[in-house]
Design a protein around this ligand. Structure first.
Ligand code: BMA
Length: 376
């Protein structure tokens, strides 16, 4: 406990020093737009206050509903929207009108505009298809990353995909014509073997090169300057393991990891221990490298434990200092035997506990974050 308090104090001092000395307090893109710089600077300050709550696809659908203007499972339960909105661009590379989870890109742009107008934060992931085989992100093939690097047989194809990402990012504008800042999180969970860009499917050097190429291309070739770059692994065992595929401090603004609790309520203690230890390691790396620590994805599918929010999730996070957490999507029923949701909806078993979680001083939702004026 004492150790955590010291870590918190240290983090606060580092943040204050960075603000006083100004220099270090800028995103890696030296041409970042004013709003993007402000987002970055405010994200750096937030961990001293609490953490923002985020939800993937929050405004598009929830359990038992789709595309109802203004609706959100989080809002139904708490009366407030999340502070962070996650969106996903998978299939934009194929010119599909909708992403891999059936969210039409034109609606997504609208939702992004709505969230931003309320003072919320936007983060975007990309489960891009395998550019070598044309199969999905989850179907690795040997040599895929090498094939899209400069000189590779699919390099031009990959660049044409990035052109579509750039066009999407540059189409996001606020009401005064300013670009909407986005926390872009390409090649997520890159220490796992399940995506073609991850784990044993390429060498650490290859994925580092791909990360750098991607950023370089978007920023310097396509002039996209409304992005902060988030690097993230899945759960990890040590600092060394975390940094094995890290492209370097000059390429990354935000660092995080994804973690899901298994489907057994008995695993609470095991989960708490692992979550706590991993957060401590992440915070250590963030201090050392002057990066913003966040939880890029989390969830306990189906939320079978009615007090999970306060007794497991908040209990662990209370002693840590990160800028935000992003719960994954409330897809609802996917087939007769499959369902997927990570935040409560009206009537769900953990609804009351989530309201307690919402009321905690440590959690920041839409109303709290609007007061922070993140883009000013
Ligand atoms: C996964 C699941 C899938 C989804 C994918 C991309 O974790 O939610 O149903 O297609 O993320 O959003």
């Amino acid at each position: 406990m004492l150790l955590h308090k010291q870590t918190g104090l240290f983090l606060l001092l580092v943040t204050m020093a960075a603000t006083v000395f100004g220099q270090k307090d800028l995103p890696v893109d030296k041409k970042a737009t004013t709003q993007t710089i402000h987002l970055y600077q405010n994200l750096r300050k937030l961990p001293a206050k609490g953490f923002m709550f985020g939800h993937q696809d929050d405004l598009a659908y929830g359990v038992g509903w789709k595309y109802i203007p203004g609706k959100s499972d989080i809002k139904e339960v708490t009366g407030d929207y999340p502070a962070v909105y996650g969106w996903e661009l998978g299939r934009i590379e194929l010119d599909n009108p909708a992403n891999l989870d059936s969210v039409p890109f034109d609606k997504m742009k609208q939702f992004i505009g709505d969230g931003y107008a309320r003072g919320g934060i936007i983060t975007i992931s990309w489960h891009l298809n395998n550019p070598l085989t044309g199969k999905t992100a989850w179907q690795p093939a040997p040599g895929t990353v090498a094939a899209i690097l400069p000189g590779g047989e699919k390099h031009e194809l990959y660049k044409s995909w990035l052109d579509k990402i750039a066009a999407f990012m540059l189409s996001l504008k606020g009401k005064n014509g300013e670009y909407i800042p986005v926390i872009f999180r390409p090649f997520h969970e890159l220490n796992g073997d399940w995506f073609w860009w991850g784990g044993k499917n390429c060498t650490p050097e290859e994925i580092k090169q791909l990360y750098r190429f991607t950023e370089n291309y978007l920023r310097d070739e396509k002039n996209v300057h409304n992005l902060l770059y988030a690097f993230n692994t899945d759960r990890f065992a040590s600092k060394e393991a975390y940094l094995e595929r890290y492209p370097g401090d000059e390429w990354v603004d935000i660092i995080g990891f994804d973690i899901y609790q298994g489907n057994s309520i008995r695993k609470n203690e095991t989960f708490i221990q692992e979550f706590d230890k991993t957060l401590t390691t992440l915070e250590g790396i963030a201090i050392e490298r002057n990066k913003i620590p966040v939880l890029t994805e989390f969830g306990f599918n189906g939320l079978p434990d009615s007090t999970w929010w306060t007794k497991v999730f908040l209990k662990t996070l209370e002693t840590h200092h990160i800028a935000y957490v992003l719960a994954w999507r409330n897809a609802g029923t996917k087939s007769q035997t499959q369902f997927e949701y990570y935040v409560p909806y009206k009537g769900q078993a953990s609804e009351k506990d989530f309201v307690q979680f919402y009321k905690s001083e440590k959690t920041l939702f839409q109303k709290d974050v609007a007061k922070e004026k993140i883009y000013h």
